[in-house]
Design a protein around this ligand. Structure first.
Ligand SMILES: [Zn+2]
Length: 265
């Protein structure tokens, strides 16, 4: 029986290697399917967009959104980050805030385009319920401050199911519904089931198939041709860089690709 397991393990390693080769073969971050319809230039002379990534905690941007950040930057878009909390659940808020700025150095996002909030009603925790109206207000404030035209954020499951991630999504929906007035385009990161989430680069085949076959509601796969950048950005979060997060970053498909779809209100 042992040989069956050996064949299975060898097959899994081979599939991993081929998938990683497929991802690394590109010379720049790419979009599947390759299309000019994903975030096309805006009206007027503006070729680049002002994109706001809205997250809940320092490290969300590196752990989950690095492929989106790297792709959008490669297209010349300007990335801004609004982090709704300092991630102070373990009393490390100030440290984690600084670590986010260090991660942004790695991702080449200027510090003046990053804001980490510390609002008493938006504290990090599984049992903290965040007010969607307050999240909407804060989002509006920062979209005006940075002349934002595009938002990227969590979907309704929030990748890991963390309640703070889900609340960020609902806060953005409220903002778009009440204040966005159709002027702002918003995209959400598709949450994957546990098998796909931990399949590392192997998910590229299924993600690509889904993206190629989605027509009514397009879903785009953004491929990170340089996964080591995700690893470096996450390593900047030194207080969080423990063994299980190192493993997570290695095995998580969010290190290698992001599937983005329009926020459905
Ligand atoms: Zn988080």
């Amino acid at each position: 029986m042992a040989w069956i397991w050996m064949v299975f393990a060898a097959g899994a390693i081979l599939l991993w290697a081929i998938s990683l080769g497929r991802i690394l073969s590109s010379t720049s971050p790419s979009c599947v399917p390759p299309t000019p319809h994903f975030m096309p230039p805006l009206r007027g002379n503006r070729m680049s967009r002002n994109v706001l990534l809205v997250v809940a905690h320092p490290d969300d941007e590196s752990m989950f959104f690095a492929p989106s950040i790297l792709f959008l930057k490669s297209k010349g878009h300007s990335i801004h980050i609004l982090c709704m909390s300092q991630g102070n659940a373990d009393g490390l808020g100030n440290t984690r805030k600084e670590e986010l700025y260090q991660a942004c150095d790695t991702l080449k996002i200027p510090h003046e385009q990053v804001k980490v909030l510390d609002h008493p009603k938006l504290q990090d925790g599984f049992h903290e319920k965040w007010d969607h109206g307050l999240l909407s207000e804060l989002t509006m404030e920062h979209t005006q401050l940075w002349a934002i035209d595009t938002i990227v954020t969590f979907d309704s499951y929030g990748v890991s199911g963390h309640p703070n991630h889900k609340d960020v999504h609902h806060g953005i929906c409220k903002f778009l519904h009440e204040k966005g007035q159709g002027n702002i385009e918003a995209w959400e990161l598709a949450s994957l089931n546990i098998l796909r989430k931990y399949s590392g680069p192997v998910d590229i085949w299924l993600s690509s198939l889904i993206s190629f076959s989605s027509s009514k509601q397009p879903i785009y796969t953004l491929v990170n041709n340089s996964p080591s950048r995700s690893y470096e950005a996450m390593a900047a979060h030194r207080s969080q860089w423990v063994w299980f997060r190192r493993l997570f970053v290695m095995f998580s498909s969010y290190t290698y690709m992001n599937m983005l779809q329009k926020v459905n209100m």
